[in-house]
Design a binder for this molecule. Structure first.
Ligand code: GLY
Length: 341
């Protein structure tokens, strides 16, 4: 019998389990074993690209970005595993005066929240991102603190760190009972003092009355390119392109309400490639080498649900939507502070 059962073994569930285990709690993670949303993510740690205005989670996303270097370093120290984290900054492009006016207004609204940004001169832009289509550009904004991480490496390190601290892994949960901390699995019922529900888009269906969750499908494409051929994130609105240290370059994404339909649509892939090549014609010359989809965990209202569910033994930890990878350090700290005071 564990003190805590964490339902969901993605970045949110594993990071919460790790922090709780560090504080001496016995923890079991229940998961089907794949964590598809965490594995699909591009790994943008980019409040500059995601925050629209002031809200508690906007501030938490800025804080979580600041926690990331220490979070990654601690994981490296505990596991000896490599994690590709780069504070590479992001360039936000605008191809019309209207878009540029919008970018300036957005940056002005973000600055007081702790997200710095400044316009970049064309010469600096060419140096930062060779291969960029500078023709027709109305302006470009540099977000120096946006960063990237490889979420698969973070997940692998979290699982290793959890195992080293005695966290057990079991099969998927099929039902959570808030009153008595019971979790039904495919093979039986487990009980714990506390249950953390961190099963992403699947969460709402596991607990009666819980806030509804649903997947927002995103297509991503990948190119095998020369390492260091793209340093910063390049983005225009919600199209983004980033490169891992290996040279693997990822472009995203789409937002589709299609349920848990995991099919890759060739037409969507082609459009995403054309959109991305428009910004980086010097780099993305050929079609992508890979394509895949992810399911962003959304909830009505848009803000993550993290906190105790009424006065039950269940703590909710889902609904991170576009920012689950970014928000793992702050969410796991919030949960550990509240559950293991
Ligand atoms: N955070 C980027 C995305 O969800 O597409």
């Amino acid at each position: 019998v564990s003190d805590v059962i964490v339902v969901g073994g993605g970045l949110i569930g594993c990071s919460a389990a790790w922090r709780l285990a560090q504080r001496g709690r016995t923890v079991t993670i229940l998961d089907r074993g794949f964590a598809p949303a965490s594995r699909a993510g591009a790994g943008m740690l980019a409040p500059g690209g995601e925050v629209e205005g002031d809200s508690p989670w906007a501030l938490r996303s800025v804080e979580s970005r600041r926690l990331y270097p220490a979070f990654v370093e601690e994981l490296r120290e505990e596991t000896g595993l490599e994690i590709d984290f780069r504070a590479c900054g992001a360039i936000e492009l605008a191809y019309s005066e209207h878009e540029w006016t919008e970018r300036i207004a957005r940056a002005a609204a973000q600055r007081p929240l702790g997200i710095p940004a400044s316009p970049i001169a064309p010469a600096e832009l060419r140096e930062l991102a060779p291969g960029l289509d500078a023709a027709g550009l109305a302006g470009a904004m540099l977000y120096p603190e946006d960063a990237i991480v490889d979420p698969v490496q973070v997940l692998d390190a979290l699982q290793t760190a959890c195992r080293r601290r005695g966290v057990e892994f079991g099969g998927a949960a099929v039902r959570v009972d808030g009153e008595d901390g019971a979790v039904q699995t495919e093979t039986g019922v487990l009980r714990a003092e506390t249950v953390v529900l961190a099963a992403g888009a699947w969460s709402g269906d596991l607990l009666d009355g819980a806030p509804k969750s649903f997947p927002v499908k995103g297509h991503l494409i990948g190119y095998q390119l020369r390492p260091a051929s793209l340093r910063p994130i390049v983005r225009c609105g919600h199209t983004y392109i980033l490169q891992r240290s290996s040279g693997f370059t990822i472009a995203g994404s789409t937002t589709q309400r299609a349920g848990f339909d995991a099919r890759v649509d060739a037409g969507v892939v082609e459009r995403l490639h054309r959109r991305s090549r428009r910004y980086l014609p010097g780099l993305l010359k050929l079609g992508p080498d890979a394509s895949w989809v992810g399911f962003r965990p959304a909830v009505d209202g848009g803000e993550p649900r993290v906190g105790q569910y009424g006065d039950t033994r269940v703590w909710l930890a889902y609904g991170h939507y576009r920012n689950g990878i970014l928000l793992a350090p702050v969410t796991s700290r919030l949960l550990a502070d509240a559950i293991a005071k």
